[in-house]
Design a protein around this ligand. Structure first.
Ligand SMILES: NC(=O)c1ccc[n+]([C@@H]2O[C@H](COP(=O)([O-])OP(=O)(O)OC[C@H]3O[C@@H](n4cnc5c(N)ncnc54)[C@H](O)[C@@H]3O)[C@@H](O)[C@H]2O)c1
Length: 452
């Protein structure tokens, strides 16, 4: 196996993490990093902070923490900023989101309240259930993009940042499909100048981010950086992009359970997924055009794992249904139910029921952290364009055109780990493990010769 050590620029200085959207996920992420820095709590769920990676042979027992293996920005070197349609600072927004206990938020108040959202690029046609006033005005969408670029420039200078990354943590936009204006960078820029209604706010942020050389990751199910024009810009500016839709809650469970069923060649007849949640995200998703965006992003996960064409006897007839219901009393504590109808030997049916009482933003916050740190690593390592090795974090991973995404979380993890090994010039791990037994055979042969 070839060893290749990539040249990676050092993670020196400060890394600014910019989030369009400073609601439940973004504030839980920011407050969480601050709490971890003060050793008030642990950054659990973050692979970059808590995860380990095996290197070399199993017998070598080399299992460093990922953050000690690859040169990542340290949590102490992160600074935070962002945009929101509401003026609440991060302290106020964290209290409003009610994800974290009040005591923890109060303990962090002086730092949190210093972070005030910049004015957002917002269009009610894309999110009709929100009414904010902290919104930019401009004659054209290009002008709005330029205002965002100016925000980025100012933030970087005022906070003395060495580098920046942007992670979309704003609301899910109404469903859109890629069309003419999204096809090329030229058409897209023309559309920005002509106020083309098919250009969503999230695309304007992605455009501004890449134009400033800032990596961009998309945590929502919007089209955003999935369009050819933005991919083209990422290549032109030599910047990493990735998306989409943080893999948390029910979809996380799905991509853990489904690969296991598939591994045992068990059949699946139906998978009914129902959710209730009561946060602002839930309120936005209550609008059918926004729900459609989420439904499409969640819906493809099973198709990628259970291939009806390859194994029609097992997966040719799956009925997959997803429901999300807005239920305010639950707040951010989403509850999901999955009913899975499976069948085994000779076609005998069985059922699995999963009732996950999760905390949406508690699962999403470490993903924001990991994406910020890994996107920055990718940038410093010269990886540009679509970062498929970060599929692990997404419900609908972005891939090269025509390449089917990998949804199985274990394969996604293996891809991520092998990418880190590749970057650092370590042997890739295939789990073949034949060498241990070849060694054993040699030992027995030697023994037989001695005894002969
Ligand atoms: N929480 C999760 O587990 C999870 C998982 C996957 C995806 N997501 C996605 O992450 C996003 C954030 O989720 P959340 O729970 O924090 O939602 P939230 O409603 O609490 O926060 C989103 C914030 O974005 C702001 N916003 C909307 N449009 C904006 C714009 N154009 N510019 C700037 N700000 C804008 C809203 O005012 C709001 O404060 C949503 O799109 C959600 O679907 C969340």
């Amino acid at each position: 196996m070839t060893k290749r050590k990539i040249e990676i620029k050092p993670a020196s200085g400060k890394l600014g993490v910019l989030t369009p959207g400073m609601g439940a996920v973004a504030t839980t992420f920011i407050a969480g990093v601050m709490a971890a820095r003060k050793e008030l709590a642990l950054p659990i769920g973050s692979l970059t902070q808590m995860g380990t990676i095996r290197l070399g042979k199993r017998t070598e027992a080399r299992n460093p923490h990922i953050k000690e293996f690859v040169p990542l920005a340290g949590m102490d070197n992160l600074v935070f900023g962002g945009w929101d349609v509401y003026e609440d600072n991060v302290y106020e927004a964290a209290l409003e989101a009610k994800v974290l206990e009040r005591g923890l938020v109060e303990a962090l108040k002086p730092e949190l309240e210093k972070i005030k959202p910049m004015k957002a690029v917002f269009d009610k046609n894309y999110v009709r259930n929100l009414d904010g006033t902290n919104v930019k005005t401009g004659a054209t969408k290009m002008e709005l993009a330029e205002q965002l670029m100016e925000d980025i420039r100012r933030f970087k200078a005022e906070n003395n940042c060495d580098r920046l990354v942007m992670v979309w943590c704003a609301s899910t936009e109404a469903y859109t499909e890629s069309s003419g204006v999204h096809e090329t960078l030229e058409a897209f820029e023309e559309g920005l100048r002509n106020n083309d209604p098919r250009i969503a706010p999230s695309m304007i942020y992605a455009y501004a981010s890449l134009k400033m050389g800032v990596p961009f990751a998309n945590g929502a199910p919007n089209l955003t950086c999935d369009i050819p024009a933005i991919v083209e810009l990422a290549h032109k500016m030599r910047v990493p992009i990735g998306g989409k839709d943080f893999k948390t809650g029910q979809t996380l469970m799905k991509t853990i359970v489904a690969p296991g069923l598939h591994a045992r060649a068990l059949g699946v007849r139906g998978w009914f997924s129902s959710n209730i949640l009561g946060n602002r995200d839930g309120a936005v998703l209550d609008a059918p055009e926004n729900f459609k965006t989420k439904e499409v992003s969640k819906g493809n996960v099973l198709d990628g794992i259970f291939d009806a064409n390859l194994q029609p006897e097992l997966y040719g007839d799956i009925y997959h249904k997803i429901r999300i219901n807005y239920y305010p009393p639950h707040g951010d504590n989403k509850e999901s139910w999955d009913n899975i109808d499976i069948f085994g030997w000779l076609g005998y049916p069985m059922q699995i029921k999963i009732n996950f009482l999760c905390r949406d933003s508690i699962l999403a916050a470490p993903i924001v952290l990991d994406l910020a740190l890994f996107m920055d690593l990718a940038q410093r390592a010269g990886l540009l364009g679509i970062q498929e090795w970060l599929s692990f974090y997404f419900k609908a991973p972005q891939t090269a055109p025509g390449l089917p995404p990998q949804h199985d979380i274990f394969k996604q993890l293996s891809k991520l780990e092998n990418t880190l090994r590749y970057l650092m010039g370590e042997e890739l791990i295939t789990h073949l493990g034949m060498d241990y037994y070849e060694d054993l055979e040699k030992e027995y042969e030697a023994l037989l010769q001695v005894n002969a």
